[in-house]
Design a protein around this ligand. Sequence first.
Ligand code: GDP
Ligand code: GDP
Length: 468
Amino acid sequence: MVEAKRRLTVAIVGRPNVGKSTLFNRLVGKRLALVDDTPGVTRDWRAGEARLGGIELTVVDTAGLEEVFDDSLEARMRRQTERAIERADVALFLIDARAGVTPLDHHFAGWLRKGRTPVILVANKAEGAAGRPGLLEAFELGLGEPVPLSAEHGEGLADLVEALLPYEPKPEDAEPDEEAWDEALPDPAEEGAEAEAEEPAPEEPKALQLAIVGRPNVGKSTLLNALVGEERVLTGPEAGMTRDAIAVEWNWRGQPVRLVDTAGLRRRARVDGKLEKLAVADTLRVIRMAHVVVLVLDAHAILDKQDLTIARMVVEEGRALVIAINKWDSVEDKGAALKQLRDRLETSLPQVRGIPTVTISALRGQRLDELLDVTQKAYALWNKRIPTAQLNRWVRGMVETHPPPLVEGRRIKIRYMTQVKARPPTFAVFVNKPVDLPEHYVRYLVNGLREAFEMPGVTIRLLLRKGS
Ligand code: GDP
Ligand code: GDP
């Protein structure tokens, strides 16, 4: 069988213990059956096939290779990496966000920067607060914004998909010939020379990854079908394919939108009698693949416990949340239903004020345009960046209005603030004694940011860093 698309080959590289094997296993999982059988390439690395967010990947792992050679660690790493990226379209350069950037990482980065293979910097082990300092340090490597990831917990895969998308081979791309492969090799003899880094391919607007989640029977499948007219379905291998195989993508006012996990949704839709329970693990997996998550509620049972569980997951995962109240066509007292929703949101999800909500009827196709508009706005806010000068002006004002408390007679001082990443908006605040800054003050800053910079409904993350 001839494949329509060439696979994207990615090599996982980095010093020992940063999590290369863990990421390889996370991506390739049980599909490892397909190992590299090119003559002469036994055992030097593992290769396997994977599918991530609709991208077909061949993943090459270099872990464990350091045992093959016996000279210096640097030389061994260098050699194993050279050989792996020979065949790769893009290198995933892993660092350990918990350990921070080490001299070996620096050394490695310097070398990778000179090569011609595009490099995506990945800050692994970034789950929870412990990984955050390393994220900041990672900028020092001069390889652009790091993609925060937790290979072990499977977090951050959507960001990884996004970073990989520009390199995804187009369907018309032919298999490159031998010479093209050779050309792509970094020439070790050129190490000292300043090879120009290759310009990344011109970028199309990145697809908004949209997930539809909710309890059984709220109308997810109906919504999916209403959103996706048959003509919008670009690819759809049918029976027998794995759930990730169906990618549905369309344009909404110039913004490409890609629906996540439509195959799973369709399959669930076929289950008779709707007896299946809310599969939390499934939902979490889908949320992690998405940028914006539409939580579908049934207008007749708004925000019950299960709904709230999902909403909290979305917020904790740092995704943009949009609430769609479905079956609005069959609601008699619309005012009461809206009031109920507002009250529940305020008491149950106070950490994110202003979550956008839209009343829809998936069955009748009502207000779906509005839902997509709101989704797009939430996406824009989730991507928002605020210039450092503005932030610092703002934070000085906040401190004047309401100074941080005294601890042991000394004032906690906020020195400086900067946005370290978007998606969701994440800010570093440099404080002389970060551990002493009380939680209520952090909330004061987060709510203030939300108001001053107009970011309703978006998860905002604040990282406290020591700065004297
Ligand atoms: P490799 O030498 O680069 O292949 O690293 P491994 O994949 O063997 O991982 C090294 C160690 O880091 C193992 O103990 C993993 O369990 C751990 N690890 C890998 N990924 C993560 C992660 O995302 N978070 C945390 N906390 N630990 C991880
Ligand atoms: P899922 O389990 O969340 O995928 O829910 P379905 O899409 O299968 O819908 C469950 C039931 O709700 C079906 O009987 C649908 O016809 C019905 N339903 C879905 N959307 C609407 C709506 O907008 N209005 C009304 N009245 N019923 C709806």
